[in-house]
Design a protein around this ligand. Structure first.
Ligand code: ADP
Ligand code: MG
Length: 698
């Protein structure tokens, strides 16, 4: 058997040390296997030959067969170009080269049959083709031309004249070696049952398909395999963990829960909240440690679900904690929860970086003795000095702000792992959630509390500020409050303060008689909180801020969210910001202010925002516009996407399908001793060795 992974690329014919180095450095291709798994990004149908007579300027890439009748170079110095007159007997076109003139001139032969390939353009009534691919017609067998593969190359590679065509040539040599048998990576019964193309054939056809059907079958086989192993990995991992950690058994729902539900809950739970609570109760009562991701759009009432889940922990004599990414958020949780708990005898504390030493000591000893039943806080909860008597449930809010390692520190605090509830308002499309958090169960709150009016979103160009002022004035007169958000330079500590300060100045000037506060990330927490409180209590009417308000801030009387330079925000960020309004019963507005000039993608983003309030729809659109690697939040969570062929945005159905198959296999062969599956576990082991164990995400 030929083992592609142990064959160094430099021994492939046509490679040599210099090219091997380029392939190593630019594409991380070291072995024959790496090369063969470097798949084309597109294909062009080369099974048809066009005639010059039928060409027009609106055609895509076409293929012609004919001869060059003369070659001349025109112009001087940097303007120098090479023009070759080409005919196929039905007409004439000019082939033009601006670069590599000398090389091309030396290699072209006059009155010799070529198959050429390029995009026709029309200039002054004359058809031209710039930088066509030239192939010697005597070397090309038309019947086997089929679809021509195109490979991505880097700028550096192009400079050393390694283009798609040169990779194609190397690939031909590599694929020739596939005449020797290579090990199959899926069991025979799976290949037969799901009618998959064998690996050997798929690897050949993915590079040199002779027709579209063959290509589709090869792609399907390789995508199937890629997604299948991702799911098999995650699912076996979670199975292993279930066997290793028994979960705390919360067998009863008792006084805390019932008292709250019957005597203190100020409103009806929504249907979605009830459903999700049932799911959580079932998990925590199963004896298996819960790992649940709770997704719900901003304002959908996740905090309440978290609180009621914590009651169940308390009812079973366990403690509960809830961790938020920022001090403002943690404080707000604390205040909200204290309000809910009025009249109930439950000890709740707040622990953050700025908790005073004396309070801290009191809280810590209360936690250790078990007197503190619920603790809310920031990362401060993760410090070694924080010791619980018995932590039964950890709720993590806005999970993408926390790294994997940080979260892991929560459960070494116990003899056993507490139940984990991760809450996020960033709606992660189901397909992506399955890849990212395949071992988390997912609950969704897909219903807002009643009485909320959908937020109206309006797009304004920044030269139309007059109508904006009028609208804001109307709202202020009605007693409502307003947010103005200015962008911040992402990924950097530095804030676009100038923008914010200028905005602050003109807003103060334009709305005299109203109190304006300002907050940004560079302010001290105490200062920030003071400004925040002025706004939350209604003493201030307008808040000018950077995206620090993105997460969690809850002021139901605020009815307008103005986002300046909206073109500089990502879709899910815009949606998060918009979620700050529409929390009361009044009609709320989100106003996206942009400059007049917008790129195609930006215009799409704004359109989607104006069209829908549905976070999941927005997340799906975001995924399509940007691709999964860019999705906000995925980067911070430390997940490296290295999909070679599948596309999370497009192959969602296949992902779900193979997840089912993987799950069946694990159920049927839990001890992994069925001989027919040996291929699977071996391959899984190989793949695990090659990657960080990013499935250990929760
Ligand atoms: P999230 O954290 O999901 O963004 P919150 O938990 O902050 O949402 O809830 C938003 C607001 O809705 C809060 O003021 C909360 O008290 C209120 N709320 C939650 N559930 C309900 C409900 N079932 N009916 C009415 N109001 C609710
Ligand atoms: Mg919240």
């Amino acid at each position: 058997m030929l083992d592609l992974s142990t064959r160094d690329i430099k021994f492939l014919s046509g490679v040599g040390p210099a090219r091997a180095k380029t392939l190593n450095q630019e594409l991380k291709i070291y072995s024959l296997q790496d090369l063969i798994y470097y798949f084309p990004y597109k294909y062009v149908d080369r099974s048809r030959i066009y005639s010059i007579a039928e060409l027009s300027g609106s055609m895509p890439f076409v293929q012609l067969k004919g001869q060059i009748i003369n070659i001349s170079s025109i112009g001087e110095g940097r303007k120098k170009r090479l023009v070759a007159r080409f005919t196929d007997g039905t007409g004439f076109i000019d082939l033009i080269w601006f670069r590599g003139v000398k090389y091309v001139q030396d290699s072209l032969k006059v009155r010799h049959d070529y198959i050429i390939f390029g995009k026709p353009t029309v200039f002054n009534g004359q058809v031209n083709m710039a930088h066509p691919d030239m192939e010697d017609a005597t070397e090309v067998q038309l019947s086997t031309l089929g679809l021509k593969p195109y490979y991505n190359t880097t700028e550096k590679m192009k400079r050393t004249s390694m283009n798609s065509q040169s990779i194609e040539r190397l690939m031909k040599a590599a694929v020739d070696l596939l005449q020797y048998p290579i090990p199959e990576t899926l069991p025979d019964y799976i290949i037969a049952k799901y009618k998959l193309m064998p690996l050997q054939q798929a690897l050949r056809c993915i590079h040199f398909p002779t027709n579209a059907i063959e290509l589709r079958n090869a792609q399907y086989r390789l995508k199937f395999e890629e997604l299948f192993y991702i799911q098999l990995n995650i699912l076996t991992y979670s199975k292993e963990r279930q066997l290793k950690y028994r979960g705390f058994l919360f067998s009863k729902v008792g006084n805390h829960f019932n008292d709250f539900f019957h005597n203190h809950l100020p409103f009806e739970l929504t249907g979605a909240q009830k459903r999700v609570l049932k799911e959580i109760r079932k998990d925590m009562g199963s004896g298996i440690q819960m790992n649940r991701l709770l997704q719900g759009d901003v304002g959908s009432g996740k905090t309440l679900v978290a609180l009621m889940s914590m009651f169940i922990a308390l009812d079973n004599n366990y403690q509960a904690c809830m961790m938020a990414p920022t001090e403002i958020l943690a404080t707000q949780h604390y205040e909200t929860i204290m309000e809910f708990l009025e009249g109930m005898d439950i000890r709740v504390e707040l622990l953050t970086g700025s908790t005073k030493k004396k309070d801290r000591e009191r809280i810590l000893s209360g936690l250790a003795s078990g007197e503190v039943q619920i603790i809310l806080g920031t990362h401060a909860l993760l410090e070694n000095t924080v010791v619980f008597k018995l932590l039964g449930l950890a709720v993590i809010d806005e999970q993408h702000r926390f790294g994997v390692a940080q979260r892991a520190r929560l459960w070494v605090k116990n003899e056993s792992m507490p139940h984990i509830l991760v809450m996020t308002a960033t709606p992660i499309p189901r397909t992506l959630a399955m890849t990212l958090y395949g071992d988390l169960e997912v609950s969704v709150i897909d219903e807002l509390p009643p009485g909320r009016k959908p937020i109206q979103t309006i797009h304004l160009f920044d030269n139309r500020k007059k109508s904006l002022y009028k609208m804001i004035n109307d709202q202020l007169t009605l007693g409502r409050q307003i947010y103005f958000v200015f962008p911040l330079i992402e990924e950097s500590e530095k804030i676009d303060l100038k923008n914010l300060e200028q905005g602050y100045a003109w807003i103060k000037e334009d709305f005299p008689g109203y109190e304006v506060v300002k907050i940004h990330g560079k302010m001290k927490p105490a200062e920030k909180d003071a400004q925040m409180n002025l706004f939350a209590s209604g003493q201030a009417h307008i808040m000018v801020a950077t995206t620090v308000i993105e997460v969690g801030v809850n002021v139901p009387n605020a009815s307008v969210m103005v986002i300046e330079n909206a073109e500089r925000f990502g879709l899910s960020q815009l949606h998060q910001l918009r979620g700050r309004v529409g929390r009361g019963a009044d009609q709320s507005y989100c106003i996206l202010v942009t400059s007049y000039k917008l790129s195609e993608v930006t215009r799409k983003r704004i359109e989607i925002m104006v069209d829908t309030n549905d976070g999941f729809e927005i997340a799906e659109a975001d995924l399509k516009l940007r691709g999964p690697g860019d999705l906000e939040g995925t980067q911070q969570s430390g997940v490296a996407f290295d999909l070679k062929i599948a596309d999370i945005g497009k192959d969602g159905q296949l992902l779900q399908y193979v997840r089912g198959i993987a799950s069946e296999i694990i159920e049927a062969d839990p001890h992994r001793n069925s001989p027919v599956n040996q291929v699977l576990w071996l391959e899984l082991q190989k793949q695990r060795k090659n990657q960080n164990d990013w499935s250990a995400i929760s």
